[in-house]
Each structure stands twice: as C-alpha cells, then as structure tokens.
Design a protein around this ligand. Structure first.
Ligand code: ZN
Length: 662
C-alpha cells in the first residue's frame, strides 16, 4: 500500500498571527504575547491567495498600482513553520493574517449555528446568485477605514501613515488595518451576519444599525479572549482581577487607533480616573440608552452589557480557585500569584469567553427577521441557550439577564425580567393565544417538504459538519452550493404549505396576514403569481444541528417569513394610498416589513419557538412608528440622518465606519 493511503489527512492548519495590533501594542505591555499560533480548518486544495472554499484574498493595491504576489500556504517551507512569521512589512504575511482570522470567525459561526456558512446572495432584481467566496482585499484603500461591502461581497481594508498625534508610533510609518485581529474579525462578522440576516442593515428603529456594529465587536472581542493564553499575562499582572485591568479598553482602542472608528467602545466600558490615572470599568447605567442614538455609541452599550455578563460568569467559575488560593479568607497574599493559578484562571476566562461567543452567535437564529432590538437579542440569547442546554450550572443566562437589566436593556412591554418570562413563546403557546390548532399530519406535510428538498444525503452531510466541524478535513467540493440551492427549494415548498396548504391555519399564530380582503391596506404588496393574494416571502429555511452540553444534538429548521408594505413619509398620503382597491401607482417612499422567525423541530414535528415582529403587516401603529423614526420625528438629534442615509447608501458599513470620530 502506498504511504499516502496510510496517512490521515490533516484536520487543521496552524498559522501564526499578531495577537495584538502591532501599531498599538507597543504601549500596552503585550509584547510577550504579540504573536500567537492558531488552528484553522484544513483546506486541502487551498490555492495561492489564499483562495479556499470560503475566501478569496485579492491583494491588489490601487493606491500604489501594485499587485502583491499571493502567498501559497501549502508551500512546504511555510507549512513546516506554521505559516510566515508575523511581519508588518510583508504583504504575504498580511494575506495570511486576514485568511487565518476570517477562517477562525467562520469556524465559530459554523460551530454555533450547526451548519455551513453562506454569504448573502447577489441580488439582481428578483434573481439571486450563489456567492461562494467572500473577497478580501488587505490593501484596498489608502484610508483610515475598513469595511464590509454587501454590494461587492468583499472586505476592504485600508492603511494609512500614522499621524504625529499618536505617541506610540513614529510619524510616517504605515498602519495596516488588516493586521488588527479585532478589525478582521469584526468585518468578517458583518459579512457572516449579512449572510444570515440580509435585512439587518435596514434601520427601522434605533437599535438595528447599532446591533450590527455591537455584534461585530462582540464576536471580535470574545473570539480574541477565547484564544488559549491570550489573557494569561493580564491575569497574572492583575492577580486575576480582570475588572481591574484596562484590557477591554486597550483592545477597543485598537479599533479607534487603526480604523478611524470612534472611541465609543472604549469609553462605554470604562475610563481612567484623571487624578490617579487608574483605569476602572464604568458602573452600568440604566439610563444610558435613553439619549444615545449614534450607532457606534449605542452599540457600545450592548457590548458593555455582554462584557458585564462575561465578568459575572468568570467570577462564578473562579470562586472555587480563589477559595483554594486564599485558604478561605478571600484575600490573596501580597505579591505575584502562583503561575499555576494564573494558568487555571486564564483557562476559565478563555472557556467563559468561548461559551459566551457561542451563545451570542447561536442567538442570531432566534431573532425576528427584521427590526431587531437589543431587548429581542437578550430574549434570543436566553431562549437559544435554554433550548440547547436546559441546565445552566454556571448561571450564564442569569448573568446575561442581570447585566442587561443593569444597562437598562429590556424587551419592550415586558413586565418581568426573569429568565423564564424572557423565553420566546413556544408554538403551542402562540397557537393557544391565537386560538388555532394544527395537528401532526399537517405539520408532517411541512417536514416532508424539508426532507425532500435536502435529500437525506444532504442533511447527513450538514449534520456531520455541524457536529465536528473542527475535527474533519474540509472538503473543497463541499455542499455549500447544494445547501444554498436546498434553501431556495425549501423556501418555495414551505411557501406553498403556508399560503395554500395546511399551514394556512398557522398564520394568525405567527403574525402573518393572509386575508386578501383586508380593508384599507392597499399598500401591502400583493402576490405576483396569485391575483389578489397578499405577498408572503419565505426568505430562508435553514437546517441547524447543534450539539448540546450533554453531547446530544438538537436539530431545527429555521424559517423566516416576511411581508412588505409601501410606506409614505407623509401620513396623509399613506392614508390616501391605503384606500380603495388595486395596486398603488408607485413603490412608496420606504418599505415597512413584518413577519416572524419560526424554529421547527423536524423530529417531533412541533414548532419549537415563534419569534414575531412587534406588529404584523396590517398594523398601522407600527407603520406609523417606523415612519416617525425615518422622518426624524422621534428625537431632535441626527439619528434621522444616519437612518435615512444608511437606508439609501450602497455601502452602509463604510458610511457607518467613516462617521465615527477619529
Ligand atoms: Zn462595523
């Protein structure tokens, strides 16, 4: 037998990256861990670029009309050294860095969501095309900016000469945003979130754009904390007290320094006492959200709330270690802590960070399809975790609820903030409330649809990948295209089930309006295929297979259903357009959308969770609220400008990032 047959393919590729942005790490006492080696899934046919299954690094530099030679990570000299050595001067290392960090972020999403990651489709009218690879341009702009472009399906990273203002650098040296782990992870997260929720860049309330920013920061920060050993130095230096360290502030400062983004994040988390120069975290402020509407500033509050939950969990998980180390007194002896203790505390911190990262990503399957609010996100985190891990020995869910309460984040109209009351309603609860019932045979018709569309082959492949995503060699001819195609087929079949089949009965329970004779709602879009019927869009039917803490698996169909309606900036015009029959003559000034996300258990054929938007498509009150938000009636400051501008912009994230104050 040939030797090749006896040797298993590698499962992971080790690559070196900068752990902390080299342009700012000098001033942060992080020199000893400036470089780390991370493991990413092995791609056998990885091409020079790197160009793999998910990513295509394109190193054109328009500002200097250069095209840098693409790195070949399969070169055996490079393989033998865990990648190129970190270097600010080598474009090939820059290519390696963006590839390694983006693949790590993709891996976290696949693990949390239990399925292969897909980028948002390219839309041309009603046509959608599969996007296999996200393009990454490490030297796209000579600008203090980096952003995700939904139109180009690309991440664009800028570089710029450092200014004299920045004391940690020699003026004239170049700062590369692609060398900041957190910026690369942040931009990749924007793209991944867009792949799941393409409507999350339509601002219809103050939280939507802030959520995109906050979520990208949360993933970047907790991915960073989850690398083994990254927190060890800080922990040793602060004798285990992470709250007493300007750690997050330092990381956040990297965003500000390297991307031209505001210092919102750093400032939301804490600050230095001007008289002592000692950093301390800000006390949570329940009124913080009332006045802050700019997306980064507002998003920073959500990040602070998640960080607060992390600190609570870290404390709970390390309480025993402190008891041992202090022999029950609770007071550590003077001097350095024992290196073993520092190591154990760092393990706990990394483990907590990883779990929180997974909770935060998993929750995006539990969000309403449009109009996300921070309160919705809290409910999503709590429900998703409760469905997957009913036991909660370290109190993660409670920590989230407590911290969010302290920051004044609560779901609209909820009287209680207990974990129990935050859970999204089950299918039975929603049907009881609406007075409808649907039996197993009727649900069966739906699940049959799903099985037929994927074919069992496809589902099994998805399953295997979901469970052991990091342990198997990734197949470059993997089923991402088939998965994408399956989503399309599923959507069509589910649409038929809901609009013309037994699923019709479910509509009132899930906030979908099918009554085509509804009065004074002429602006609701009608079906292009069934004359007179209200349009219903089934955007995505995703299969998720997640591993529970006990080693079992939970599978879900995640279904998003929306309807749309023409909105007009003038209330009188809206009323006039809504009267009468036939289609209005135009498409309106803005789009009002409503609908739901359903989680369906294909094994038991039950609707596990129903996540509705605040109002349905016929709800004039909600339409009015969106109108007032978009026309700026709700507050005097410039949130209106942001919302309108972002809605009209082709590059919503570039705009957001450039607006941050330096
Ligand atoms: Zn961003």
């Amino acid at each position: 037998m040939a030797q090749a047959d006896l040797i298993a393919s590698p499962t992971s590729r080790k690559l070196r990256i900068f752990a902390f942005d080299p342009s700012v790490s000098g001033s942060f006492n992080t020199a000893s861990i400036g470089e780390i080696t991370i493991s990413i899934p092995w791609e056998t046919d990885l091409q020079p670029g790197p160009v793999g299954e998910y990513i295509e690094v394109v190193d054109a530099d328009p500002a200097s009309s250069a095209f840098y030679r693409p790195v070949d990570l399969n070169d055996r000299r490079i393989l033998a050294q865990n990648g190129l050595a970190p270097s600010e001067a080598s474009p090939q290392f820059h290519q390696q860095m963006v590839y390694a960090v983006a693949m790590t972020t993709i891996g976290h999403f696949e693990q949390a969501l239990g399925r292969v990651a897909l980028w948002s489709a390219r839309r041309d009218g009603s046509e959608e095309t599969f996007v296999r690879r996200l393009r990454i341009y490490p030297h796209a702009l000579r600008d203090r900016n980096a952003y995700y472009s939904p139109a180009k399906k690309a991440l664009l990273f800028g570089y710029f000469p450092v200014s004299i203002k920045n004391a940690s650098n020699t003026p004239g040296t170049l700062v590369f945003t692609c060398l900041s782990h957190d910026i690369v992870a942040h931009e990749t997260t924007h793209a991944l979130l867009d792949g799941v929720h393409p409507r999350f860049n339509e601002p219809v309330n103050h939280d939507v754009l802030a959520f995109h920013e906050a979520f990208a920061d949360i993933v970047a920060l907790f991915q960073h904390f989850a690398y083994p050993g990254v927190l060890r130095d800080q922990i040793a230096r602060t004798r285990g007290n992470l709250a007493g360290e300007n750690l997050l502030g330092q990381l956040a400062q990297q965003f500000g320094a390297a991307s031209g983004r505001g210092n919102a994040l750093r400032d939301a988390l804490g600050g230095k006492d001007p008289s002592t120069g000692i950093w301390s975290p800000h006390k949570p402020d329940v009124h913080a959200l009332d006045q802050i509407h700019e997306p980064h500033d507002r998003g920073a509050i959500l990040v602070a709330a998640v960080f607060g939950a992390f600190m609570k969990v870290y404390k709970a998980r390390t309480a025993d270690l402190y008891r041992i180390a202090t022999e029950g007194t609770g007071v550590l002896r003077e001097g350095d802590i024992h290196p073993d203790l520092a190591g154990r505390l760092a393990d706990e911190a990394a483990r907590s960070a990883f779990y929180i990262l997974q909770m935060c990503i998993r929750a995006i399957d539990y969000c309403p399809p449009v109009g996300i609010t921070f309160g919705d996100y809290l409910r999503a985190i709590v429900t998703a975790d409760s469905d997957l891990n009913p036991d909660d020995p370290y109190g993660y869910r409670l920590a989230f609820v407590e911290s969010f309460r302290q920051w004044g984040i609560s779901p609209k109209g909820m009287r209680s903030m207990s974990v129990e009351s935050l859970l999204w309603p089950t299918g039975d609860q929603a049907m009881d409330e609406a007075g409808v019932a649907i039996d197993n045979a009727e649900m069966n018709a739906l699940v049959a649809v799903e099985r037929a569309a994927y074919g069992y082959q496809g589902l099994t492949e998805t399953k295997r990948r979901g469970q052991r995503v990091r342990l198997r060699p990734w197949d470059l001819d993997s089923n991402r295209y088939n998965t994408w195609e399956g989503v399309e087929k599923n959507s069509a079949a589910l649409w038929a089930w809901l609009v013309n089949g037994p699923g019709k009965k479910l509509a009132p329970a899930i906030g979908i309006v099918l009554d085509h004779a509804i009065k004074n709602r002429r602006t609701i879009f009608r079906s292009p295929t069934t004359p007179g019927a209200l349009a219903v869009e089934v955007h995505s039917v995703r299969t998720a297979l997640r591993r529970t803490a006990r080693g079992g698996t939970v599978s879900d169909l995640v279904v998003e259903i929306t309807q749309r309606r023409r909105g007009y900036f003038e209330a009188a015009k809206q009323a006039a357009m809504d009267k009468g029959s036939g289609q209005p003559p135009d498409n309106g000034d803005f789009r009002y959308r409503a609908g739901c996300t359903l989680l369906i258990d294909p094994q038991t054929m039950t609707v596990r969770r129903v996540i509705k938007t605040v109002g349905d498509i016929a709800d004039n009150g909600e339409l009015e609220r969106v109108r007032r938000f978009l026309t700026g009636d709700l507050e005097p400051n410039n949130a209106f400008g942001h919302a309108r501008a972002a809605m009209m912009a082709r590059e919503p994230f570039a705009l957001l990032h450039r607006d941050g104050e330096g």
